[in-house]
Design a protein around this ligand. Structure first.
Ligand code: CTP
Length: 399
């Protein structure tokens, strides 16, 4: 099914031998019923002509930042507001660097900086440029700014070398855009809640009991849900992690605050409880700093179990409730126990005895335990990819 019909796409064409592919992208977008406006950078114009772009796109090509004619007709702000989505293809190392650093010295980078739309980039460059540490850092930054990456692919390059950096084929670019709009259509009425990170349970005004959870997996799950069109609320304990604007981020400190924020955010279609909620809190938190003494006895009492409360609630329970289990041993038994005792639909379990995965790592390996006794294993990979796969399973389940 065509999900691109009647969409408005702003295509930014940068310099590079792959710019010829942008002409095919325009042709395919037009074929799918898309209205296109294009920006051609100065170096892009060395590879494709404004005339060929205008003929194929049947609309004007924007080139200069300070053109009275352009600004009167459609200024750089309106260009991004007009579009449903921005596609930069090919995206050169130079443009990627400008976007990552917030530069705005030409029309393309200014529009991107001023944009309030999803921006997809299809990088194209030599393999050494792509593998260079600076490009890697720039790409990582763009991911945190919620840019979407298409490719690049591995293959023979125009320069005669071989490796990663080849721009994705036009049809692949079209498929990615189509599935983005498809996901938006399917999921944008669905609401998701994710809890993430540790909690701090205060002993006195400046001391607390906490745990090693980094929150990374939960943040990635929230990002994957939001990227697939869910209206996503992330309830996070203290972390230094960043998230994107589309996610409704609620910052909390204690388990009690996380509990209240979760209740306030319900109802939802899916709730993912990835937070490492402190099991205990102080029976009484001292209002003043406790002075040193030979022995200090702390009386702890159990915190409310947020997952357990929500999953057993008779009308607030989301359609799909997913709990987490971090275990050092006996993973299968403990995960199944949690699944049953906490009335979850799924438990995502990981073995935290392995230092390379789980807590504070960017990588993870998890097993999903389902109510119907089936299991799935998501092998060792970046937490962002684990999240994408988990969210695909959530979408399949809800649909
Ligand atoms: N959870 C919660 N609220 C709590 C405690 C846990 O929502 N107060 C959720 C976690 O977010 C996670 C799951 O419950 O989804 C973890 O279960 P839990 O029994 O707390 O795991 P552990 O703390 O590891 O417990 P145990 O030591 O018994 O294994």
């Amino acid at each position: 099914m065509n999900n691109l019909n009647n969409k408005k796409i702003l295509l930014i064409i940068c310099g590079g031998i792959a710019a010829y592919k942008s002409l095919e992208i325009i042709r395919l977008l037009k074929k799918n019923g898309v209205t296109i406006k294009t920006i051609l950078t100065k170096s892009g114009a060395e590879f494709v002509t404004p005339l060929s772009i205008a003929s194929l796109s049947q609309s004007k090509v924007y080139q200069d930042l300070f053109s009275i004619e352009n600004e009167a007709e459609m200024d750089h702000i309106s260009l991004s507001r007009w579009a449903d989505l921005i596609l930069i293809a090919p995206a050169t190392a130079n443009t990627i660097s400008k976007l990552a650093n917030g530069n705005s010295d030409d029309l393309a980078s200014t529009v991107a900086l001023a944009s309030n739309k999803k921006i997809f980039i299809a990088p194209a460059m030599n393999v050494r440029m792509w593998n260079h540490q600076s490009t890697k850092q720039n790409i990582d930054k763009l991911k945190t700014y919620d840019y979407r990456l298409i490719g690049p692919e591995i293959g023979d390059m125009a320069c005669g070398e071989y490796g990663a950096g080849k721009m994705s084929e036009p049809q692949e670019v079209i498929n990615k855009l189509d599935s983005y709009f498809k996901n938006l259509k399917i999921n944008n009425k669905l609401k998701a809640i994710v809890t993430a990170g540790p909690t701090n349970e205060y002993i006195d005004p400046i001391r607390f009991i906490s745990n090693k959870s980094s929150g990374k997996q939960g943040y990635e799950i929230a990002k994957s849900l939001s990227k697939k069109g869910f209206d996503t609320t992330l309830i996070s304990g203290p972390t230094n992690l960043k998230t994107n604007e589309d996610i409704n981020l609620i910052k909390v400190e204690t388990a009690e605050e996380m509990f209240q924020a979760t209740l306030n955010s319900l109802p939802a279609d899916v709730a993912v409880f990835s937070a490492a909620v402190g099991d205990y809190k102080l029976k009484e938190t001292s209002k003043i700093k406790i002075k040193k003494q030979d022995k200090l006895y702390l009386e702890l009492e159990k915190n409310v179990d947020i997952l357990n409360y929500v999953s057993k609630h008779n009308f607030l329970r989301p359609k799909l409730v997913i709990g987490f289990a971090a275990e050092t041993n006996n993973l299968v038994n403990y995960a199944n126990e949690k699944l049953n005792e906490k009335n979850c639909d799924w438990i995502v379990a990981n073995d935290v005895s392995n230092k390379k995965i789980g807590f504070d790592s960017d990588f993870n390996e998890v097993s999903i335990f389902y109510k119907n006794k089936k299991t799935d294993k998501l092998k060792y990979k970046p937490k962002s990819e684990i999240s994408d796969e988990l969210v695909d399973k959530i979408i399949n389940h809800l649909n």
